[in-house]
Ligand binder design. Structure first.
Ligand code: 6PG
Length: 246
C-alpha cells in the first residue's frame, strides 16, 4: 500500500513538473546602454542568419516601449536578406494606426520604413478595431505560424511584459488576450498571451531604468510576475542596464 501511494505520489510530482515548464533565465548586465543596444542588435542578426540558413525565413516579435527603439535604429544598417523577414508584435495599444503611442508606428519610424521587408510580411496588431476584435483578428494572423525565431520583450516597473499586467489575464488558452483594464495607459490593449510568446527559439528581454529594480528583484526572488510567465524551452535572456543584478 505504502509503495503504491509512493509510486502515485511520484507520478503526480512528475506530471506537475512536466506541465509547469521552469523559466530558465540568463541574466546579463551591461555597463552602458549603448553596449546593450549593440549586443541585442548583434544577437538578432545572428538569429536571423541562422534561421535563414536553416529554414529560409526569419520571424521576430517586436516589443513596444522606449528601450528597444535604439535597437530598431541599429537594425536599419545591417546587411541581411530583408525579403525573408516576418515581423509580428507582442502587444499593441487600442489607438488609431497613426497615433504617436502606437508600438507599430514607433517600429515603422525607427526601422521598418527604412528597409525592404515586403509589406505583406509585416503584421501589426489591428488594435484600432478594439480589444476583442483586435485580439480575434490577430489570433487568426498567428494561426499556422510555428515557433517565433525571436521574441523581444520589455519589462515594466510593475513587472508587466508585452501587455500582460499583474492582476490582469496573462493566458486564456489562446494566442492573444483582449486587455481591457491595463494600469498603464491606454487601458485597452491587445497582447500575445504568455504561452504563445513562449513558443519561441529565442526570447530576449531588454530592461533599462532604475525604476525597474523592484520588478527585477521580485523576478529574481521567484515571484510570479508576468515577465516570469514566458517560459520557452530554451530559456530567456535578460539584458539589464541601470538595475542591480549582483
Ligand atoms: C508597451 C510595451 C511594454 C513595454 C514595457 C517597457 O507597449 O507598453 O510593450 O510591455 O515593453 O512597458 O517599456 P520601456 O522600455 O519604455 O520601459
Amino acid at each position: 500500500m505504502a509503495a503504491r501511494l509512493a509510486r502515485s505520489g511520484w507520478a503526480i510530482i512528475r506530471c506537475e513538473v512536466t506541465l509547469m515548464q521552469i523559466q530558465n533565465i540568463r541574466w546579463k548586465h551591461f555597463a552602458s546602454i549603448s553596449s546593450l543596444w549593440h549586443t541585442a542588435c548583434d544577437v538578432i542578426v545572428q538569429c536571423a542568419a541562422q534561421a535563414l540558413s536553416q529554414r529560409g525565413q526569419f520571424s521576430i516579435v517586436l516589443a513596444g516601449g522606449h528601450t528597444p527603439r535604439a535597437v530598431y535604429r541599429l537594425l536599419c544598417k545591417v546587411q541581411t536578406d530583408w525579403s525573408k523577414w516576418h515581423i509580428y508584435y507582442g502587444d499593441e495599444r487600442c489607438l488609431p494606426r497613426d497615433h504617436a503611442d502606437r508600438n507599430s508606428l514607433m517600429a515603422e519610424q525607427a526601422w521598418l520604413n527604412h528597409v525592404a521587408i515586403p509589406a505583406s510580411q509585416i503584421h501589426p496588431i489591428p488594435a484600432e478595431l478594439g480589444t476583442e476584435p483586435g485580439a480575434k483578428a490577430y489570433a487568426a494572423t498567428l494561426a499556422g505560424i510555428g515557433d517565433f525565431d525571436v521574441v523581444l520583450l520589455g519589462l515594466g516597473e510593475d513587472g508587466h511584459t508585452a501587455s500582460l499586467f499583474p492582476g490582469e489575464p496573462w493566458d486564456n488558452g489562446g494566442p492573444t488576450i483582449a486587455v481591457t483594464n491595463a494600469p498603464k495607459p491606454p487601458p485597452q490593449r491587445v497582447s500575445i498571451s504568455a504561452s504563445r510568446l513562449s513558443a519561441a527559439r529565442e526570447v530576449l528581454y531588454l530592461v533599462s531604468g532604475a525604476g525597474k529594480q523592484q520588478a527585477v528583484d521580485d523576478w529574481r526572488a521567484g515571484k510570479l510576475i508576468p515577465a516570469a510567465a514566458v517560459r520557452p524551452k530554451n530559456g530567456v535572456d535578460v539584458y539589464c542596464h541601470s538595475v542591480d543584478i549582483s
